[in-house]
Design a protein around this ligand. Structure first.
Ligand SMILES: Cc1ncc(C[n+]2csc(CCOP(=O)(O)OP(=O)(O)O)c2C)c(N)n1
Length: 689
């Protein structure tokens, strides 16, 4: 460590004098500290105006970030979506003002100074934590610690995958991350960083804000990890530098450019750098500094300007840094113009969100065959069959599994594995890292050019949930194949049998939770998951074989409306059975039992609640048929079913955890049978009389 215990407030010259001579933008640079102080001032002032926020991290990392943005990061504020830009992820999202200040100073159209003045207020794109979609330049939503760095691993992998496909001329960029102690303490960072180390993602460069402070006080209260050793053990190169010494940061970043492994730079910093009494303490972390401390900091930093005022010369220097990337952008355009038309077409094709027109007819053909052949098939196997079609027609799908490839059935024929130094494959062995996998999938999707799908057991969706939630919040198309979706998995027992998981996933806004009943619905659900470019999906699939319930073919995607009438009543319907997935078969059997007694009933298959809830009231009523007795069947917790069952409906499902036994025995044991469903219907009809 080259850390100096007493912070230097002096005006150290900017690094790279020799390069500055050749770079007109850099030639007029004022010193680093003055430039960085513009970030510090905006951070202090915005937090002060909001009376809440996190000034410490932006003030601590301002110098290092200035070096990164002025000398290394390849970006063009006039075209924030330029596909070959470097990605920058502020994993320590609480330090959002660092990012907002950088975007403003370097000349992005947004945020404006007014947006920054309204930091954390309704309608300002400068939200408390950076939110994807609010501002170009915010590459991912961060705030839940650890997610940013893990998502960045996916971005860095995405870059290598597209590079392998389209070549250096089109895809040749880096992913930079600023991460704090909190990010690295979170377990997800371990999962993602070990994957990055294994895959040798050398375009990933993490600046670690090594300030030894978190909320409760010094990090030594809870942690004594040697972070560099930890990352080296995972196959990373590491450097340490004084994060306030611009030359040292620049040297470390320069060295990182030629690394054959991902890089961690531990930049020793002082949280709240410049704040006279709070610098270096947890008091600088997450609250407004207060008028006295702010004016003390202004003095210490030699920043006499009034709040939110950036002097013209400093702003001009920052803007020059912002236009620095235009040369790289022009060079890229020139390279692009020489790329063969075919390659260019598939490159831009990959960046588009819609599916190829050939997909729908191919899936319709598949459905037709299934409806005719009527196989008894596990939906996980049906999903594999569907994926054979999808992967052949949609080159941008990248599959994977968290070490359950043979169980999730996510690897189709000829799908080569992605390996260290070989990114031409299409399948990621994520290892037993559900959380890291889900975050990396978000990164792959956010990178662009890729539709990631992957698999684990539904019960382990809990391990992936934080990243799935972020995918939903961001509106990112990450598709999770979650097999072994109920007690139907049998002998592995209650540790592996999901019970509350469907309800828990359905509770996440904007997430589509599919539970197809047979191979036909599986094809339909896949088609829908792929079509929703702005939503993540879960496809819950069975381990056990299921009968084909959709025996009358139609090209129409009936799952599109989330629920539909699968079997009509013979006569005036007295009963409606509602069911999903493997229990649709049970509902059909219950319907037959009632039919034998002359009680007409209908069966509604509900492969996706979210899509159903979005239908018109008329459609929903036509499906739910208010006048009929309602029985829902799902081998899961009842939580949520009330909304369709009303006060009087009955639920046939799980009331507690499962058990270890063959599936057939378990269904009987827990009373999830056609007989029980029919009996529930009878008793409802009786009580009506
Ligand atoms: C998963 C998660 N847990 C807890 C928090 C709340 N939180 C926000 S910042 C922070 C401390 C982070 O410390 P550090 O990364 O060192 O940031 P610094 O104090 O340097 O700003 C915590 C616990 C969070 N944002 N995410």
């Amino acid at each position: 460590m080259t850390h100096k215990s007493a912070p230097r407030y002096g005006l150290g010259r900017f690094p790279g004098h020799e390069r500055r001579m050749n770079n007109p933008a850099a030639h007029n640079l004022a010193d680093t500290r003055r430039l960085a102080n513009a970030i510090r001032a905006l951070a202090m002032d915005a937090v002060e105006a909001a009376k809440c926020g996190h000034p410490g991290m932006p003030m601590g990392m301002a110098d290092a970030a200035t070096v990164l943005f002025s000398k290394f990061l390849k970006f063009d504020p006039t075209d924030p979506h330029w596909p070959d830009r470097d990605r920058f992820v502020l994993s320590a999202g609480h330090g959002s003002m660092l990012l907002y200040a950088l975007l403003y100073l370097t000349g992005y159209a947004k945020p404006t100074l007014d947006d920054i003045r309204r930091f954390r207020q309704l309608g300002s794109p400068c939200a408390g934590h950076p939110e994807y979609g609010h501002l170009p330049g915010v590459e991912t939503t961060t705030g839940p610690l650890g997610q940013g760095i893990a998502t960045a691993v996916g971005m860095a992998l995405g870059e290598r995958i597209l590079n392998a496909r389209f070549g250096d001329a089109l895809v040749d960029h880096r992913t930079y991350v600023i991460a704090g102690d909190g990010d690295l303490m979170e377990g997800v960072s371990q999962e993602a960083a070990s994957l990055a180390g294994h895959l040798k993602l050398n375009r990933l460069i993490v600046l670690f804000d090594d300030n030894h402070i978190s909320i409760d006080g010094p990090t030594s209260l809870a942690d004594s990890t040697d972070t560099r050793k930890r990352f080296e053990a995972m196959g990373w190169n590491t450097f340490a530098c004084d994060g306030h010494d611009a030359d040292a940061v620049a040297k470390a970043l320069a060295a990182a450019q030629t690394s054959d492994k991902p890089v961690l730079i531990a930049a020793r910093t002082t949280i709240g750098f410049g704040a006279p009494t709070r610098a270096g303490t947890s008091k600088a972390h997450g609250e407004a500094l207060g008028a006295d401390e702010v004016s003390g900091a202004r003095e210490k930093l030699h920043w006499p300007h009034t709040p939110f005022v950036i002097p013209d010369d400093i702003l001009a220097d920052w803007r020059a840094m912002g236009s620095r990337g235009q040369a790289a952008h022009d060079a890229w355009r020139e390279r692009r113009n020489k790329v063969p038309a075919e390659t260019l077409k598939s490159f831009y094709g990959a960046l588009e969100t819609q599916m190829p027109a050939s997909l729908a007819p191919a899936l319709a053909e598949f459905k037709k065959k299934v409806s005719t052949d009527k196989p008894s098939l596990a939906t996980r196997k049906a999903s594999e069959n569907v994926l054979e079609i999808v992967n052949a027609l949609v080159p941008k799908t990248i599959g994977g599994s968290a070490d359950l490839t043979g169980s999730n059935n996510t690897r189709t024929k000829g799908m080569a594995a992605i390996a260290p130094d070989d990114y031409a494959g299409r399948f990621v062995h994520y290892g037993i890292r559900e959380h890291g996998m889900a975050a990396a999938m978000n990164g792959l999707a956010l990178h662009g050019g890729i539709v990631p799908y992957s698999g684990t057991f539904l019960v382990f969706s809990d391990y992936a949930r934080p990243a799935i939630r972020l995918a939903a919040l961001m509106g990112v198309r990450a598709i999770h194949v979650m097999t072994h979706d109920s007690i139907g998995l049998g002998e592995d027992g209650p540790t592996h049998q999901p019970v509350e998981h469907l309800a828990a996933l359905r509770a996440i806004p904007n997430l589509l939770v599919f539970r197809p009943a047979d191979a036909v619905e599986t094809a339909e659900c896949w088609e829908l998951a792929l079509a929703h470019a702005d939503r993540p999906s879960i496809i819950a699939l069975t381990r056990q074989n299921l009968a084909t319930v959709r025996t009358a073919h139609t090209d129409e995607n009936l799952s599109r409306r989330g629920a539909y009438e699968l079997a009509r009543a013979e006569g005036d319907a007295k009963v409606t059975f509602l069911a999903t997935g493997s229990e649709v078969e049970i509902a059909l059997a219950a319907r037959s039992l009632l039919a034998q007694e002359g009680i007409p009933s209908r069966v509604v298959s509900m492969p996706c609640w979210e899509l159903f809830d979005a239908q018109s009231e008329t459609y929903r009523e036509s499906i739910l048929a208010p006048g009929t007795a309602k029985v829902a069947i799902e081998a899961a917790a009842s939580f949520g079913w009330e909304r369709y069952l009303g006060e009087h409906g009955r639920f046939i499902g799980m009331k507690g955890f499962g058990a270890s036994a063959p599936a057939k025995d378990l269904y009987k044991h827990f009373g999830i049978t056609a007989e029980a469903a029919a009996e529930a219907a009878r008793s409802l009809l009786k009580s009506k009389r």
